[in-house]
Design a protein around this ligand. Structure first.
Ligand SMILES: NC(=O)c1ccc[n+]([C@@H]2O[C@H](COP(=O)([O-])OP(=O)(O)OC[C@H]3O[C@@H](n4cnc5c(N)ncnc54)[C@H](OP(=O)(O)O)[C@@H]3O)[C@@H](O)[C@H]2O)c1
Length: 373
């Protein structure tokens, strides 16, 4: 049976405990430096064994999920070479146990130029999974616009993290379908250069913003796809009736926003639904995923394994094309891998929830309009 590997990292205190058990117990008693030093010495940890994951086409695959023990903040603060070594050890473990392709989840691809640096150290093909993640983020936006009765050709979209691997291809595609695109990231020079390219290719007006709060203010749709380790969007800046697709891990928009704002549709983008969810259930993390869902980067790795496409499909930053998006979408579809239901950290939206958001947005828009008069 063909086998895949997948490398992850903890994203918050809850997953950190699950990934570093029993070592996390030392955190309270050891000085920070000593504890962090231990984290860099821990061997790769096999977090989950996948046995006979079934596709709708009748094929099955096996897989191993490996984890490093570093949180996103540590992935950034530790020397890059140390982090690459730890991820490399996980990949080599997968290689030894027969994986023919290895996917890099979350920040394990953000570091080292989306798998490019690591691909020079191992033989097995690597994929960041960003092509299917971008495809699912876009599908989610289109579905949400339909549900919220929002016309895409007259919509204003804000992309936070627009110069990144996922953000840039999504911006490129959206700029051909919407009225205006506001883009934000920290490096303004890169942003300006990217904006000039997008203006030539798309039909939308493109505006560059230094601060995310300014970029989202007039937006009907917000796509957050940064590699920031904290939230970057303040819920008070968002327009009533807006849609927020948050692809980032850790989230760029706090989960509490869902409680604070009952007039916007906030969902985790880039999630996939699989035909046999019981095959991929991760009991330790069940509350972090939608009921039938997995992350897009894992879904891409599994799709490539089902297809026996043992190649570095998504590797290096800025290489995702529209044709690759179409290709991975059709491959995923063959195996019953599709867009997940709208999910926001702890609940899946029902039709009634979306209807309520629409009603609340209408009411709040009227109040805001009356206050302006
Ligand atoms: N849901 C899923 O299945 C899935 C799959 C893969 C990846 N992801 C997540 O998606 C996110 C993006 O991944 P990627 O590979 O596209 O990353 P990337 O290529 O490194 O891009 C990150 C983007 O965010 C910007 N950025 C970073 N910090 C920022 C801040 N504080 N404020 C505003 N912009 C900021 C960067 O530009 P500057 O450096 O100029 O600011 C860049 O435009 C990550 O959180 C990753 O974990 C999710």
């Amino acid at each position: 049976m063909n086998k895949f590997g997948f490398v992850v990292h903890p994203i918050d205190a809850f997953t950190f405990k699950a990934c570093t058990k029993p070592w996390f117990l030392l955190e309270k008693i050891l000085p920070k430096e000593m504890f962090e030093n231990i984290l860099t010495k821990l061997p790769p940890k096999r977090f989950r064994i996948f046995k006979k994951v079934r596709s709708m086409s009748g094929k099955s695959i096996d897989g191993d999920m490996l984890t490093i023990s570093l949180l996103p903040s540590q992935i950034y603060s530790f020397p890059e070479e140390t982090v690459l070594r730890l991820i490399g050890e996980c990949i080599k473990y997968c290689e030894r146990s027969g994986a023919k392709i290895v996917g890099l989840g979350g920040f394990t691809s953000v570091i080292g130029n989306e798998g490019e640096a690591l691909s020079r150290r191992v033989k097995v093909p690597l994929t960041s999974g960003n092509t299917l993640t971008a495809a699912l983020a876009l599908q989610g936006i289109y579905k949400a616009a339909y549900a919220m009765e929002l016309s895409l050709p007259s919509a204003v979209v804000a992309v936070i993290g627009a110069t990144g691997d996922i953000g840039s291809i999504c911006t490129k595609i959206l700029s051909k379908r919407v009225k205006k695109v506001n883009i934000a990231a920290r490096n303004e020079e890169k942003l300006q250069e990217f904006a000039s390219r997008i203006r030539q290719e798309g039909s939308a007006e493109v505006r560059v913003f230094k601060y995310s709060k300014d970029a989202v203010r007039e937006a009907d749709i917000v796509l957050t796809v940064t590699s920031a380790i904290t939230t970057v969007v303040d819920p008070v800046s968002l327009k009533p009736g807006s849609i927020v697709c948050d692809v980032a891990m850790p989230a760029n928009i706090a989960r509490e926003v869902v409680q604070a704002r009952d007039d916007i549709l906030v969902f985790e983008g880039g999630l996939a639904k699989i035909p046999y969810p019981e095959d991929c259930k991760i009991e330790k993390l069940s509350t972090a995923f939608p009921p039938n869902g997995i992350y897009g980067c894992l879904a891409e790795t599994m799709t490539l394994a089902f297809e026996e496409r043992f190649e570095s499909f998504s590797l290096g930053r800025g290489n995702i094309t529209e044709s690759k998006i179409t290709e991975i979408e059709s491959m995923a579809k063959k195996h019953g891998i599709a867009l997940a239901d709208f999910f926001c950290g702890y609940k899946t939206y029902t039709k009634q929830d979306i209807e309520n958001i629409r009603k609340n947005a209408k009411k709040n828009k009227e109040v805001a309009y009356a206050a302006q008069k």
